[in-house]
Design a binder for this molecule. Structure first.
Ligand SMILES: [Zn+2]
Length: 179
């Protein structure tokens, strides 16, 4: 997340590492596969419920930390991408996994939205087109600038690709406001 003032200057940022969530999901996937071979339907359902509770709990924690930051920095509006983009970034994984993947992000957005509203913060969604491919510093669009976690542009912008996308999301909204 990137926190920007109305002039577009970043005043704070926050990272949430998806690694732990990925690790837990891999563990449950392996458990399911094992049980799938022995057709233990009830045990598989228990595992699914457990994984869902774990992810829900994580989403509560992440959304809480984001809202705490927003309150601390007196943020008036939180900007998020609409969900289409999340499905696209997940296209390398299989369909069942993709469904879980988009469910997790959808739930996270819902949690952020209702906690923001409780804190009196507005929530807006923008079209995610090019937010991960554009340079947040010089606006150049180049897909190959993004390599996994790193966004690297000829203009000298070398930053975490998620931070780059976060800045683009904020910039896009600010541009719309001034247009
Ligand atoms: Zn650039």
């Amino acid at each position: 997340a990137s926190v920007k003032n109305p002039q577009g200057k970043e005043i704070n940022r926050q990272f949430h590492n998806g690694k732990q969530a990925g690790f837990i999901r891999k563990k449950y996937r392996m458990l399911r596969r094992k049980l799938g071979q022995s057709k233990k339907v009830k045990a598989i359902k228990n595992i699914n419920d457990k994984e869902q509770r774990w992810m829900t709990d994580l989403n509560h924690k992440i959304s809480r930390q984001l809202i705490n930051l927003a309150v601390q920095e007196q943020v008036g509006t939180i900007i998020m991408e609409n969900l289409e983009n999340i499905r696209n970034t997940a296209k390398s994984i299989n369909r069942a996994d993709r469904n879980i993947h988009s469910w997790i992000f959808y739930q996270l957005q819902q949690f952020i939205q209702y906690k923001a509203e409780l804190a009196g913060i507005k929530v807006e969604y923008i079209n995610p087109k090019y937010t991960s491919q554009s340079c947040s510093k010089c606006n150049k669009i180049k897909k190959s600038n993004r390599k996994a976690n790193l966004y690297s542009c000829e203009c000298g912008n070398h930053i975490h690709s998620d931070l780059n996308a976060s800045r683009n999301i904020a910039n896009k909204y600010l541009e719309q406001q001034s247009a």
